[in-house]
Design a protein around this ligand. Structure first.
Ligand code: ADP
Ligand code: ZN
Length: 307
């Protein structure tokens, strides 16, 4: 497998790496997400220095915060589109980076990238239909369906569904700038912080915050189970660093499903159904390398996802 570059373009930080897979990451840099100009310049500088060291890279993959345009046939392919993030709306990421380095560029959402990484080397090896959801600064989900990453109209936006919101139990109005109390509005890291007036990582595992959080997440995931029929659900992101949250989410998912979907993994083995990323917090950047490999091979993502 030839050497590729990957960029995990996050709302907080950029991670750029060069390698062929989890066992072979040659170099990596990270820097804060400041302005698009600065982040693009620093990414190009890093990969230029890598090309001086290792020769021409076979491709670059960009797994970006969104919304993005992942459709290669669209004029806005490779752009971050309507993000509320200051200064970043309508930023062309793939164009300038691909041109400066003279290599093919693979481009997708951060979560579709992470899903591809998990498929290649992590918790989704051997599956063809699964979802990867991150619960961090925002909530977003990527999906592989029948062996291809899901795009369609744009790409999935799994964080903006509406869990039931009982204002007697939880009067908090939510933080989503578009919807208020959608899943992201109620259950992202910033939502937890504003509701409880303390950072999520500082809340004791016994705090009632976690059961409420698990219930909201379960209500967000169950529609994905009904609609996409995933063989597994991978939950990543900062908030899911709380390992005790997994059994709570699994319990609420079981309660909401009410044994309607009677498959052995859901009925008897849900610990293997709702799981952390096999690549841990490396899923994003390794997913970007997987996107690069797909672009380098000039395969449609459906084909690229095949071993
Ligand atoms: P990003 O979404 O920017 O890529 P993260 O996935 O780390 O980054 O998400 C950051 C959010 O997750 C913050 O709101 C933070 O409070 C929360 N968070 C980070 N680490 C933890 C942790 N160990 N436990 C609970 N919440 C965490
Ligand atoms: Zn929303």
């Amino acid at each position: 497998m030839s050497l590729c570059g990957g960029i995990e373009a996050g709302g907080t930080k950029f991670v750029c790496a060069v390698g062929t897979g989890p066992a072979d990451v040659r170099e990596e840099v990270r820097f804060p997400t400041t302005s698009p100009e600065e982040c693009i310049r620093r990414s190009i500088e890093f990969f230029r220095s890598m090309q001086r060291l290792y020769g021409t890279l076979a491709g670059i993959g960009i797994a970006s915060f969104g919304p993005v345009d992942p459709n290669p046939a669209s004029p806005a392919f490779g752009h971050i589109t309507t993000t509320p993030k200051q200064g970043w709306a309508h930023t062309n990421l793939a164009g300038p980076i691909g041109e400066a380095l003279g290599v093919p560029v693979g481009f997708d959402t951060d979560v579709n990238g992470a899903a591809l990484g998990e498929y290649r080397w992590g918790a989704a090896e051997g599956l063809d239909t699964f979802v990867y959801v991150t619960i961090g600064t925002g909530i977003g989900g990527g999906a592989m369906v029948n062996g291809g990453l899901l795009h369609g109209l744009m790409h999935p936006e799994m964080g903006h569904v509406f869990p039931p919101h009982d204002r007697t139990e939880d009067p908090f109005e939510g933080v989503c700038p578009y919807h208020g109390d959608c899943l992201e509005g109620l259950a992202s890291g910033p939502a937890m912080e504003q509701r409880w007036k303390t950072k999520a990582e500082a809340l004791d595992p016994g705090h009632p915050a976690w059961d409420l959080e698990a219930k909201y997440l379960a209500h967000g995931l169950v529609p994905q189970i009904y609609i996409l029929s995933p063989q597994r659900i991978i939950l990543g992101g900062g908030v899911m660093e709380q390992a005790h949250l997994f059994p709570k989410v699994r319990r609420h998912v079981r309660e909401i499903l009410h044994d309607y979907i009677r498959t052995p993994v859901l009925l008897e083995d849900i610990d293997r159904y709702i799981v952390p990323p096999g690549l841990g917090n490396r899923a994003g950047v390794l997913g970007a390398i997987a996107l690069a490999q797909a672009a380098a091979a000039d395969l449609g993502l459906k084909d690229a996802a095949l071993p």
